[in-house]
Design a protein around this ligand. Structure first.
Ligand code: GTP
Ligand code: MG
Length: 205
């Protein structure tokens, strides 16, 4: 029965890049619920947003890491925000910039009361990195609800699919209730599952 409802459950009908921020005083102050994306540079955060919004390259993407440089608040259905951020672990980036981006995300995570959930993106093709593990542990330290999204699933050979998802879960050593969603911005796999998770969070009082 749930299968029949799949896809019709929630849709993002309208969206707009409302706010671009680098510090707290610039964040939206309308109190709407927020969902944050984190993950390594080039893992597919901006592509993930486009897939949820049903728009092509609205959130700017690039085959070169380091595209997103600010906190970008996308208002969706006038109801909630998806927040895109710079990626971590981009080796070619200078140390000062790296540090600045890290602090920007840390400041957000520490202060944001209307943050409902983090979508932490990892590349389904590779074992989560040291930085991924640090980020996950950081989120858990602050008791932030987290969903792991394993991106670029379309690039996996059929024989690797289940195995790689298990490796993601075991390497991050997921706490109970946190789960991994296989995702592809090419085939849209995982999109409805993510939208359902957002819907559930919006329905909480
Ligand atoms: P930064 O802004 O640098 O942190 O990167 P990002 O995490 O926002 O990555 P972005 O969405 O810009 O995607 C990086 C590259 O991966 C682009 O060339 C995308 O087209 C590609 N890509 C992202 N998601 C997928 C996917 O699910 N499948 C495939 N095949 N390619 C993807
Ligand atoms: Mg990006």
């Amino acid at each position: 029965k749930m299968q029949m409802l799949k896809g019709a459950y929630m849709k993002i009908e309208n969206s707009n890049l409302n706010v671009i921020a680098v510090r707290t005083s610039q964040y939206p102050n309308d109190g709407k619920k927020e969902f944050l994306l984190v993950g390594r540079s080039n893992v597919g955060k901006s592509s993930f947003i486009n897939t949820l919004l049903g728009r092509k390259n609205y959130a700017k993407t690039s085959s070169t890491p380091g595209k997103t440089q600010t906190l970008n608040f996308y208002i969706c259905n006038d109801e909630f925000y998806l927040v895109d951020v710079p990626g971590y672990g981009y080796a070619q980036r200078d140390k000062v910039t790296q540090k600045k981006f890290g602090l920007m995300i840390e400041e957000y995570l520490k202060t944001r009361e209307n943050l409902m959930r983090v979508f932490m993106l990892v590349d389904s093709r590779i074992k989560p990195t040291e930085n991924d593990i640090l980020m996950y542990n950081y989120l858990k330290y602050f008791n932030i609800k987290t969903t792991i999204v394993a991106t670029k699933y379309d690039k996996l050979k059929a024989k690797d699919r289940d195995k790689n998802i298990k490796i993601v879960a075991s390497t991050l050593n997921l706490v109970e209730d946190d789960k991994v969603i296989a995702f592809s911005s090419v085939t849209k796999k995982g999109r409805d599952e993510v939208l359902n998770i957002i819907k559930e969070a919006l329905d909480e009082e």
